[in-house]
Design a protein around this ligand. Sequence first.
Ligand SMILES: Cc1ncc(COP(=O)(O)O)c(C=O)c1O
Length: 262
Amino acid sequence: MTRIPHESSGEPNPLRALGLDRLRRRTSMKWRTYPDDVLPLWVAEMDVPLAEPVVRAVGDALALGDTGYPAGSGYAEALAAFAAKRWGWHALAVERTAIVPDVMLGVVEMLKLVTGPGDPVVVNPPVYPPFFQFVEHMDRRIAEAPLGADGRLDLDVLETAYRRAVAGGGRAAHLLCSPHNPTGTVHTAAELAAVAALADRYGVRVVADEIHAPLTAGGVDFVPYLSVPGADSGLSLMSASKAWNLAGLKAALAVAGPAAEA
Ligand SMILES: Cc1ncc(COP(=O)(O)O)c(C=O)c1O
């Protein structure tokens, strides 16, 4: 849950903790792609200090030279504990996870497992534009099922897209953005269960990009796709990159549902 303290609360506002001078020393895309008077708002990088435990953990690892190939399942265990505490989801199976460099490469690998060249991938525009670029770059075909006028999933439109997607006889997938970027829509448990039921009926494999899961506003509950009834064959991609501003560290996690086979 993210809450920026109001100026009058007396709590320090993390958005004011770093001055422009320090931010301009950053070498990331947001600060180096354009001339000084342009700040690209489409880059999801936060102008706040990193959380202290993150600084400590990364600093300790660097000081030790502990940057070799990761062993064990510490990252997945940390996510499982977070998922239980934050979302009340106690069923994240650590043994069904794999570290992937980042969410989009994880998406590509998951789509490779569940579809073949030329097969359709359903997306819900308006949606994170790289969904189109990555899917088309890997020789899959985009099938659009636009969000409704209310910015939510339109289940009738989705069903039509699923029906058409499987009509050709290939294997179809649905790249679900949950929470949705750019609308910020947080899909409800009922909506996600309806997606799972449709996917099951039509034999469409759902790959849920849940990168923004820890960033919902106060009072809005994120529901992990794999936690809803009927989503057992789904695949999820999670990452600390958005919520903790760690995109450069390249550490995302692919999570397979209990019945997810390639
Ligand atoms: C919905 C969504 N998916 C994926 C990404 C990119 O994630 P990654 O850098 O881990 O590939 C972003 C970045 O903002 C995003 O908004």
